[in-house]
Write a protein of this length. Structure first.
Length: 320
């Protein structure tokens, strides 16, 4: 496992712990934080910009309290979970030390002295957390194994994007009491009518084109950008971009890609990180799933992302 000096890490984790997840935290982030809190009793979990639907359902079903905003100051260690960039979990409290545990493609600029555990080859932060807890001598319990297994299941796309390491971790968690069926049920939810209506409206606004053998779909939505992009891929798109904007000029864009185009070499994280550099925004993610935030016009930024995606797709076709 890549990571900081073991002694420095154990010292940091021996202090009072505040576990911070990224904005709109997903099942991987929430499951990893819940497991870490179970391993270190007394740790608190905070989400500065709410939870995703999956993250919220997981916390409710496991009866775990997650604070809506961290304190400005923390007398101990802040452990940032499943977050590539400080902007994605801001505001970061003033504290004695910071530990970051993440698997996204690139690591942002964290405060000096941050202990960074960054494994971009891992398909989920839950995989990293499982190995970390074992390395620290923690005996995995079902209380830890179940949310971690759910996190692996969710972030590997129900194991569609899993690696050998993913399955090895899943086996470890199942052996520790994480029942696979319970992990799947933990993520099951009935979507509210308002969310289903939003998805249908996004589908009405759908625009698509074919670039070589690849289909690119784009749409505008009011919220739930990641869920919208995911559904567009299920409808048949190889690449999907979904953007939203609010009255304050804040734009959020999520992207998803099919396994076939990922294997061909498409990299959505690279695409949106380039756009973030150009537009003074922030971005992060993986080759097949990435997000972007900035100030601006949602249609214009969606158009820029669309053009950048077309450029990448043409490169794939040229190399085919």
């Amino acid at each position: 496992m890549q990571g900081p000096d073991p002694v420095a890490l154990e010292t940091a984790l021996s202090r009072e712990l505040l576990l911070l997840v990224h904005h709109h935290a997903d099942a991987d982030a929430v499951g990893s934080a819940i497991a870490l809190a179970a391993a270190f009793p007394g740790a608190r979990i905070s989400a500065t910009d709410g939870l995703s639907a999956a993250g919220r359902v997981m916390a409710e079903r496991l009866d775990v309290d997650i604070e809506t905003r961290p304190p400005e100051h923390w007398d101990g260690t802040v452990v940032v979970v499943d977050t590539s960039n400080p902007e994605h979990c801001a505001p970061l409290p003033e504290c004695e030390s910071v530990v970051v545990i993440d698997h996204h493609q690139t690591a942002g600029e964290w405060p000096a002295g941050t202990l960074l555990i960054h494994e971009p080859e891992a398909k989920s932060t839950a995989e990293i957390m499982t190995r970390l807890l074992t390395r620290l001598g923690v005996v995995l319990t079902s209380e830890m194994a179940l949310p971690l297994l759910a996190g692996v299941y969710a972030d590997t796309g129900h194991f569609r994007h899993a690696t050998c390491d993913s399955f090895e971790v899943a086996h470890t968690l199942a052996a520790a009491g994480g029942d696979p069926r319970e992990a799947m049920i933990l993520l099951d939810r009935v979507r509210p009518q308002a969310q289903r209506v939003l998805f249908l409206k996004a589908a009405q606004r759908l625009k698509f084109l074919q670039e070589g053998k690849w289909i690119l779909a784009t749409t505008r939505t009011g919220s739930f950008e990641s869920g919208t992009a995911r559904l567009l891929v299920l409808l048949g798109a190889d690449v999907a971009l979904a953007a939203s904007g609010n009255k304050k000029g804040q734009v959020r864009l999520s992207s998803r890609a099919s396994s076939a185009v990922i294997e061909a070499g498409l990299n959505l994280a690279q695409l949106l990180e380039t756009l973030a550099d150009e537009q003074e925004g922030s971005a992060g993610g993986h080759p097949g799933a990435a997000g972007f935030q900035a100030q601006g016009d949602p249609d214009a930024l969606l158009g820029m992302a669309r053009q950048g995606c077309i450029t990448q797709l043409r490169t794939l076709d040229e190399g085919a």
